[in-house]
Design a protein around this ligand. Structure first.
Ligand SMILES: Nc1ncnc2c1ncn2[C@@H]1O[C@H](COP(=O)(O)OP(=O)(O)O)[C@@H](O)[C@H]1O
Ligand SMILES: [Mg+2]
Length: 323
C-alpha cells in the first residue's frame, strides 16, 4: 500500500537556514495494516504525511502510495487516499451534513451518491442527529469525527490521520478510537496515523514506527519494541541509609543497568523482572537490609524511546517546537 525509500524533505527558511524536516524515511505498509507513527513534536511526522498525500513534494527519495508514485502521479494517489490533517478542514458556518455532501461532490460523486454516502458515514460515526448542526456548534470530539467522515466520503482504501485525537479529553479519545477501529473493519482500510500519545500507540496500533529528527529509529509491534529495547524495571524501597549497599547488590543482577536511587527507592533495569526481583530481595535480606516495598514495572513505549534516544518522549515533547 505504501513504499518509501530514503524520503527526505528540506524547508529553506532563509538564505542561511535550511530545516531538514525529514532526513530519509524508508517505510513499507501492507494492505490492511494499522500503523502508528510516533514521535515528539517536530520529529517530521506531519511533513512525512504531507509528502505521502501529495500535498508537498519530496526533496529526494521515492514514495509509492496506493500503487502510484507521489511525484509522477499525484492525482491518482489522491483519488485513492483519505487525509485528515492536523487541526481540521471543515468550515465553520456550514451544516455538518452539507459539508459532507459538498466534499463528496468535490470528489466526483453525483449529488445523490454524495447524499447516500453522507447518510452512511453520519450513521457509522454517530453523527446523524447532528447533521443539521453548524460545524461551529459541534463539540471537539464530534468535530473530529466529522473530520474523519470528510476523509472517507470517497471510500478510500488508505486513510491518513494526523494526530486525530490531539486536544480531546480521554473519554472523547476513546470514543474516536472506537469509531476509527470500526470504520477500519467496515471498509477494510489501511490506516496510517500519527500521534504523540504513547499509550495510544501502545494499545491501538499493531505496528509502531518511531520517528525522531526526521528518521525512523524503530519499527515493530509495541510489544516487540518493549522486549527488545527496554526490559523490566525493579523498584525497591529501603531505608535511605541502606540505598548504597542495595545499589551494589542490584548491579550484580543479570543484565542490570540504570541503577539509580529515587527518594527512598532504588530503581534498576533488568532483563527479566519477575526472576530478578526475588533474587534481589533475598540478597538484601542476607545483608540485613529490610525491604519495605518492591515492584516490577513492565516497560512502556516511553522507556523504549528513552533507550533509543536518551530522552524521554514526554520531555522531548515539551521541549520540542510546536506542531
Ligand atoms: N513549512 C515549513 N517551513 C519551515 N519549517 C517547517 C515547515 N513545516 C515543518 N517545518 C519544520 O520541520 C520540522 C518537522 O515538522 P513536522 O513535520 O510538522 O513535525 P511533527 O508533525 O512531527 O511535529 C520541524 O522542525 C518544523 O518546524
Ligand atoms: Mg505534526
Amino acid at each position: 500500500m505504501i513504499s518509501t525509500r530514503h524520503l527526505t524533505r528540506d524547508f529553506v527558511v532563509s538564505r542561511t537556514e535550511t530545516v531538514h524536516a525529514v532526513r530519509g524515511i524508508s517505510l513499507d505498509v501492507e494492505p490492511g495494516e494499522l500503523v502508528a507513527v510516533l514521535g515528539p513534536n517536530g520529529a517530521g511526522k506531519t511533513t512525512t504525511l504531507r509528502m505521502l498525500t501529495t500535498l508537498i513534494t519530496p526533496t529526494s527519495g521515492t514514495a509509492t502510495v496506493a500503487g502510484y508514485d507521489v511525484t509522477a502521479d499525484p492525482s491518482h494517489v489522491r483519488r485513492r487516499i483519505g487525509y485528515v490533517g492536523q487541526g481540521n478542514g471543515a468550515g465553520h458556518n456550514q451544516r455538518a451534513g452539507d459539508e459532507l455532501v459538498g466534499q463528496g461532490v468535490i470528489y466526483g460523486l453525483d449529488r445523490r451518491a454524495a447524499k447516500r454516502r453522507t447518510g452512511e458515514l453520519l450513521d457509522a460515526l454517530e453523527l446523524t442527529e447532528l447533521a443539521g448542526r453548524k460545524v461551529s456548534e459541534l463539540s471537539g470530539g464530534q468535530r473530529r469525527r466529522l473530520d474523519v467522515a470528510m476523509g472517507l466520503v470517497h471510500a478510500p482504501k488508505l486513510l491518513f490521520l494526523d494526530e486525530p485525537s490531539t486536544g480531546l479529553d480521554p473519554q472523547n479519545r476513546a470514543n474516536l478510537w472506537d469509531h476509527i477501529l470500526r470504520m477500519r473493519e467496515q471498509y477494510s482500510m489501511t490506516i496510517v496515523l500519527t500521534t504523540h500519545y504513547l499509550d495510544e500507540a501502545d494499545s491501538m496500533a499493531e505496528r509502531v514506527v518511531v520517528v525522531d529528527h526526521g528518521e525512523v529509529i524503530a519499527d515493530d509491534t509495541a510489544n516487540a519494541l518493549k522486549a527488545k529495547l527496554a526490559g523490566d524495571r525493579l523498584a525497591i524501597a529501603v531505608a535511605p541509609s541502606n540505598l548504597p549497599k542495595l545499589a551494589e547488590l542490584a548491579e550484580k543482577l543479570p543484565g542490570a543497568r540504570e541503577v539509580v536511587a529515587v527518594g527512598d527507592e532504588l530503581s534498576v533495569r533488568v532483563a527479566d523482572g519477575p526472576a530478578a526481583l526475588p533474587e534481589l530481595i533475598t540478597a538484601a535480606q542476607q545483608y540485613g537490609l529490610p525491604v519495605a516495598a518492591a515492584q516490577v514495572h513492565r516497560p512502556t513505549l516511553d522507556d523504549v524511546f528513552l533507550n533509543l534516544t536518551g530522552r524521554s518522549l514526554r520531555e522531548a515533547d515539551t521541549n520540542g517546537k510546536a506542531a
